[in-house]
Design a protein around this ligand. Structure first.
Ligand SMILES: Nc1nc2c(ncn2[C@@H]2O[C@H](COP(=O)(O)OP(=O)(O)O)[C@@H](O)[C@H]2O)c(=O)[nH]1
Ligand SMILES: [Mg+2]
Length: 365
């Protein structure tokens, strides 16, 4: 089970270019097969220096990084909520995602047509969000009808739900996403269960032109940032076409051009890290024989559930976990030293995994 990030946005904004760049990311010293399952789905490694260090310590022959799944969802056009273009299929794909990477066009190129005309990132976002909001409204209306009948029938319990649904549909009717509706925690839980498209977490990815890379922040990105503030959504600028080309180059050439363009860090890596954080993911490591692996779990995951991430048998037969932070392990120099010093802790099934834990699970089959 991977965490799925879906690339959405209008046609010709650079989704596929970004997808190709992301799926060509090198996997350092790993021999894990990062095969693209389908042309539009890829499993990409999450770069993590800690894993490299842990692996070196135990002389791992095999290093397997944590991964995210990226899906290039075919272009959305106005009317998708009514079944235009790929319509419903498109929306069904989005429903499966844990995180949306909403790509907007920042680059202006006379060679690449842009359907709504002039490049205007905020208007483009609003077009896409309106389609998603309309699809959500459709879901809500049916639910609202059902609830209203129950309220009228004297089933008072539903009054609160009825009120929230009405407020939410007003909000969506204004073309605003569910995620920006002011709501308390209970209401947020409820909305999450509705599986609304506009409630999914989103990161806005502004695909800027090469000439804008060296700028602190491009004008388009600034406008998007101002817009995204209301939703509390992060914004990142990337020049997808250039980054894709850089990833194809030998390292020294890549570094040369990064400097030439004033690119301090690859935007692709920044994007993955941002997505990882935004999904509230943490990493733990396992060492088995000559294999070191990084695993992603949501913050708050217990040792037993974490074991299940590795293998379902390990969750079912979970006995105990031996735990040490990656840093402590590195300082002590070996697992044996950690055991001898009593620093390798024993933790039960309900232990909450911490970011950077090295976990050795004991289980019965
Ligand atoms: N100049 C420029 N062109 C780009 C950039 N990113 C993508 N393109 C071009 O825009 C066109 C559409 O890109 P594509 O990734 O297929 O867009 P999609 O429809 O959103 O998947 C292609 O011709 C790309 O080469 C960019 O950063 N700069
Ligand atoms: Mg495409």
């Amino acid at each position: 089970m991977g965490f799925k990030c879906g690339l959405v946005g209008l046609p010709n904004v650079g989704k596929s270019t970004l997808f190709t760049a992301l799926s060509s990311l090198p996997v350092e010293r790993a021999n894990f097969p990062f095969t693209t399952v389908e042309p539009n789905r890829a499993t990409i490694p999450v770069k993590d220096d800690r894993l490299q260090k842990v692996a070196a310590l135990v002389s791992s022959q095999k290093i397997t990084p944590a991964t995210l799944d990226i899906v290039d969802i075919a272009g959305l056009i106005e009317g998708a909520s009514k079944g235009e273009g790929l319509g419903n299929r498109f929306l069904a794909h989005i429903r499966e995602m844990d995180l949306l990477l909403h790509v907007v066009r920042g680059f202006s190129s006379p060679d690449v047509s842009h359907m709504p005309g002039e490049v205007d990132a905020v208007r483009d976002i609003e077009i896409v969000e309106l389609e998603l909001a309309l699809a959500d409204l459709f879901v809500l209306e049916r639910r609202l009808e059902r609830v209203q009948r129950q309220v009228e029938g004297g089933l008072k319990d539903f009054a609160k739900e009825n009120e929230l649904l009405a407020r939410l549909s007003d909000h969506l009717n204004e073309g605003k996403p569910a995620r920006s509706l002011p709501a308390d925690n209970d209401e947020k839980k409820f909305m999450e269960n509705l599986q609304l498209l506009t409630f999914k977490p989103v990161i806005y990815v502004v695909n800027i032109g090469e000439e804008e890379i060296a700028e602190e922040e491009a004008e388009t990105a600034k406008a998007v940032r101002a817009f995204a503030k209301a939703e509390g959504a992060p914004v990142i600028s990337i020049c997808a076409s250039l980054e894709g080309e850089l990833e194809e180059m030998p390292v020294d050439e890549k570094l040369f051009y990064m400097e030439e363009y004033g690119l301090q860090e690859m935007g692709l890596n920044k994007l993955i890290r941002l997505g990882y954080d935004y999904l509230n993911l943490i990493t733990f490591f396992t060492i088995k024989g000559e294999e070191a692996t990084a695993w992603s779990v949501k913050k708050g995951t217990t040792a037993r559930k974490g074991a299940g991430r590795v293998h379902s048998d390990m969750e079912k037969g979970f006995i105990i976990a031996e735990v040490i932070s990656w840093e402590e392990l590195l300082n002590l120099g070996s697992l044996t030293a950690a055991k001898d010093k009593g620093i390798l802790r024993l933790e039960g099934r309900d232990y909450i995994i911490k970011d950077g834990d090295v976990m050795l699970f004991r289980f019965k089959v």
